[in-house]
Design a binder for this molecule. Structure first.
Ligand SMILES: [Zn+2]
Length: 198
């Protein structure tokens, strides 16, 4: 597996991300070398493009974890075409990227403790209960990532991204989660701080 590490400093949203994170002294996080950025239209150049989740084609961006040469790499794939289809501004695109960075730097601490099928069999847990728990913790993980965006000053831009998704038929299956996120942000509940990863 070969990754393309591509941080396009010329891309306006990336410059906004750097600005926002440096305002809040998080530039060190951004410079963490275990994060790779890749544009979705470059995924076809990967040696194993099938390792990238197909969810990317219906998303603004996704973050996937890989192990590469014994290093953990968080790969953020950014789908500029989808962002443009929903007419996201550069600031809104920056909020998308900071949300993905939130999945790296402000993870829901419970997300890695979710039991899988093997754990259920091993510990005699009910798999359906585990699946419900997985959904809850994944939803919570979105709130942790959103919290990172709010903390870094792009609350309004994040809200408008979610609203644009809610207005689009392609996101109809995600409506419940999107509305939950919107409520959470609007009610200023958002003060979730996860475990910092260095
Ligand atoms: Zn997310």
């Amino acid at each position: 597996m070969r990754f393309i590490f591509e941080i396009d400093k010329q891309l306006a949203p990336i410059a906004i991300v750097e600005q926002k994170l440096s305002d809040n002294n998080h530039l060190d996080d951004f410079n963490c070398d275990s994060i790779a950025f890749l544009s979705s239209d470059k995924t076809k150049d990967l040696k194993n493009p099938e390792l990238i989740s197909s969810i990317i084609w219906k998303s603004f961006a996704i973050t996937q974890k890989f192990c590469l040469d014994n290093c953990k790499v968080d790969l953020i794939v950014f789908n500029n075409n989808e962002c443009n289809r929903l007419k996201l501004s550069d600031d809104e695109k920056a909020s998308v990227i900071i949300h993905e960075l939130g999945h790296v730097f402000n993870r829901n601490p419970q997300i890695d403790k979710i039991p899988n099928l093997h754990d259920c069999l091993d510990k005699g847990l009910n798999y359906n209960d585990a699946k419900q728990k997985t959904k809850e913790e994944k939803d919570n993980d979105e709130l942790y990532a959103d919290s990172y965006v709010v903390k870094n000053g792009l609350k309004n831009e994040l809200e408008s991204c979610i609203n644009k998704s809610l207005d689009d038929d392609a996101y109809s299956k995600m409506k419940e989660t999107l509305k939950m996120r919107l409520n959470f942000i609007r009610n200023n509940n958002i003060n979730l701080i996860g475990e910092r990863k260095k």
